[in-house]
Design a protein around this ligand. Structure first.
Ligand SMILES: Cc1cc2nc3c(=O)[nH]c(=O)nc-3n(C[C@H](O)[C@H](O)[C@H](O)COP(=O)(O)OP(=O)(O)OC[C@H]3O[C@@H](n4cnc5c(N)ncnc54)[C@H](O)[C@@H]3O)c2cc1C
Length: 390
């Protein structure tokens, strides 16, 4: 029998970051995770999976880790265009008086850093998983039969969470009929700290990495196109990328191996299925990666919960009323983000001439309205009223 304040189930970036935040607040915390997943480092020496973090999210992570800076690449500019369009959108960090719009990090770098720090501070992470959740007294049972009593259980097991199901939260998942292909490429010309995104056959993003001619790519494509791309070799894939990217950084010279992810919008019907249980990160919501917001949203969940835990004494901290209000706010935010991503994704697919004209008109107008544009940039950077924590 073990007694702790908080059990966190799921040791991805989100669950582990929360464990560190709880430890910093001196709560007795137990982190549970499945055995560590191996990361895929490609032949250019980069993890094939990268993540764009807002300056706000990264500043919080840096503070949490209080260690040497993790390797990261600054995004100073963003250029967005479409294959049929005459208008483009350009964002620049200078427009909002900042040195960066976002930062690109390798997923494994972030995951390993939070995990190492957690193991150092909390001791080993328990690799048993939950088989039962009991109410009186509040406790969980692990696969090895051990019972752990706690005041708060947080589920951060990613999209396919088993404990979420065990506690009776419903998962509403809508397939987007797309897959995201991710890989690393080298181009003739340097990226100049710019992220490029083209809406055409799917959404193709070139994200700058720490070597000047090297980019991470995330290409979200409809399933039929994915099947066609699956069957082509690297040289054909390079040619395809050259066509799809309009060679914004010159020719694509090399491509690394490709991995892919199915895309869904998933949402738990409640983020607080019982008064003492909270769901966050991808266990609570998944969104289209076109704006690179999924992990940022999870970090906001953690920061919101952390701010409740910080300002309360141990009993108030787990007050069901506060948790319920937080769960509602975070769910509302996840819904807004899902709707925004669907809006972007669907709008760029309109093909008929009138819709096409309307879209170009909208893009041109948006680009000229500098006040609104600045607000959108601030929002994406994590400083706007919608992103405001709490
Ligand atoms: C192609 C793609 C590109 C993306 N790009 C970006 C981006 O640029 N910016 C951004 O902000 N977001 C991005 N995202 C989203 C981001 O990757 C996720 O939101 C984030 O990784 C979710 O982290 P998590 O810790 O919640 O879940 P996960 O990373 O899924 O971690 C869950 C953890 O729980 C463990 N687990 C599972 N079941 C159990 C169990 N029963 N018991 C115990 N442990 C369990 C797993 O082993 C894992 O360690 C992208 C997503 C995709 C697919």
């Amino acid at each position: 029998m073990t007694n702790v304040d908080i059990v966190i189930s799921g040791g991805g970036v989100i669950g582990t970051a929360l464990a560190l935040a709880c430890e910093r607040l001196q709560y007795r915390t137990l982190l549970l995770d499945e055995p560590l997943v191996r990361h895929t480092t490609g032949r250019f020496g980069f993890d094939l999976r990268t993540v764009a973090l807002s300056p706000q999210s990264l500043a919080w992570l840096d503070d949490l880790l209080s260690c040497e800076q993790l390797p990261r690449q600054r995004v100073e500019r963003m250029h967005i265009w479409e294959h049929l369009g005459t208008s483009t959108i350009d964002f620049c960090s200078e427009e909002v008086g900042s040195d960066s719009l976002a930062w690109i990090l390798e997923h494994s770098t972030v995951a390993t850093a939070v995990r190492n720090k957690c193991e150092k501070l909390l001791g080993n992470i328990e690799t048993e998983t939950i088989t039962a959740v009991d109410e009186t007294p509040k406790s969980i049972t692990l696969t090895n039969g051990k019972v752990v009593f706690c005041k708060l259980l947080v589920i951060a097991e990613g999209a396919n969470s088993r404990t979420r199901e065990l506690v009776g939260a419903r998962w509403d998942s809508q397939s987007l009929g797309q897959r995201a292909i991710v890989t690393v490429i080298e181009t003739e010309q340097p990226h100049n700290n710019t992220a490029w995104q083209r809406f055409g056959n799917g959404v193709l993003a070139f994200l700058p990495l720490t070597k000047p001619n090297t980019h991470a790519i995330v290409w979200s494509v409809p399933n039929p196109l994915f099947s066609a791309l699956q069957s082509i070799d690297d040289d054909q894939f390079k040619e395809r990328l050259n066509r799809e990217s309009d060679q914004v950084c010159g020719k694509v010279l090399e491509v690394d191996q490709r991995v892919s992810f199915p895309l869904n919008h998933g949402l738990a019907n409640t983020f607080r299925p019982r008064p003492w249980i909270f769901i966050l990160g991808d266990s609570a919501h998944t969104i289209h990666p076109l704006a690179g917001q999924g992990m940022n949203l999870g970090i906001e969940d953690v920061r919101s919960l952390e701010s409740i835990l910080r300002t309360s004494n141990i009993d108030q901290a787990f007050s069901p009323i506060q948790l319920q209000a937080l769960a509602q706010r975070r769910r509302a935010k996840a819904i807004i983000m899902q709707q925004l991503m669907s809006l972007f994704d669907n709008t760029w697919r309109w093909k008929d001439p009138l819709s096409h004209w309307l879209r170009n008109f909208g893009v041109r107008t948006f680009s000229r309205l500098s006040a609104i544009k600045k607000q959108v940039i601030r929002e994406a950077m994590g400083f706007g009223p919608i992103t405001k924590v709490n």
